[in-house]
Design a protein around this ligand. Structure first.
Ligand code: ITT
Ligand code: MG
Length: 200
């Protein structure tokens, strides 16, 4: 199955390519010159569907949208949907992390709980009335300072109690097994296996 990934995030593309494996050939939307969709949704689900439909329309291929983000309890769930542009410039992870650490200054570890959320939406064509939707979450807390070199985005400040380290200290295969994206993709694979008419 050929699929276009409705994302311009290289970190996501690398992880989803590893996770999808051989059955599915994943094309980055940039290969078709597709520009980013306007993320006007008020939920991760709406944005994931909107991105997938946009890429399916532009390429004529089935499309996979990934809308994800970091939700911090002490910030009422922020940065959430706005994780990519939390500091004002889209995709500037360093500035985003700096702002996050500033907002949490003085907050003790016990009150820095957070979770990563990833929603995947697969549409067979732009008007698909039944997109396949899968969600994954990863519970953790925000560190006081960056740790680790792996991954992307907020990984250096996301501490996973289940692993005893930050997401950026995890080797890619362990992160892919246990992360919000890994969990969402596992759920999507189950949906795909039980959906007639989609060959993977
Ligand atoms: O919309 P697309 O083109 O997919 O790319 P994007 O980077 O804008 O992606 P989102 O709108 O879904 O925003 C996701 C934000 O959450 C962050 N994020 C998502 N998954 C992450 C992960 O596994 N590790 C660290 N940060 C992550 C990422 O850095 C972005 O800042
Ligand atoms: Mg985005």
């Amino acid at each position: 199955m050929r699929l276009v990934l409705a994302s311009s995030n290289a970190g996501k593309l690398a992880e989803l390519r590893d996770l999808l494996g051989e059955g599915i050939t994943l094309h980055a939307q940039s290969e078709f010159g597709v520009t980013d969709a306007e993320e006007t949704g008020l939920s991760f689900i709406e944005n994931a569907i909107l991105k997938a439909r946009h890429a399916a329309r532009a390429t004529g291929l089935p499309a996979l949208g990934d809308d994800s983000g970091l939700c911090v309890d002490a910030l009422g769930g922020a940065p959430g949907l706005y994780s990519a542009r939390y500091a004002g410039r889209h995709g500037d992870s360093d500035a985003n992390i700096d702002r996050l650490l500033r907002e949490l200054e003085g907050i003790p570890d016990a009150d820095r709980s957070a979770r990563f959320v990833c929603v995947l939406a697969l549409v067979r064509h732009p008007e698909d009335p039944l997109p396949l939707i899968a969600e994954g979450r990863w519970e953790g807390r925000i560190l006081q300072a960056r740790r680790g070199q792996h991954g992307f985005g907020y990984d250096p400040v996301f501490f996973s109690p289940a692993h005893g380290c930050s997401a950026a200290e995890l080797p890619p295969d362990i992160k892919n097994r246990d992360s919000h994206r890994g969990r969402a993709l596992k759920a999507l694979r189950t949906l795909l296996a039980n959906t007639p008419g989609i060959d993977t």
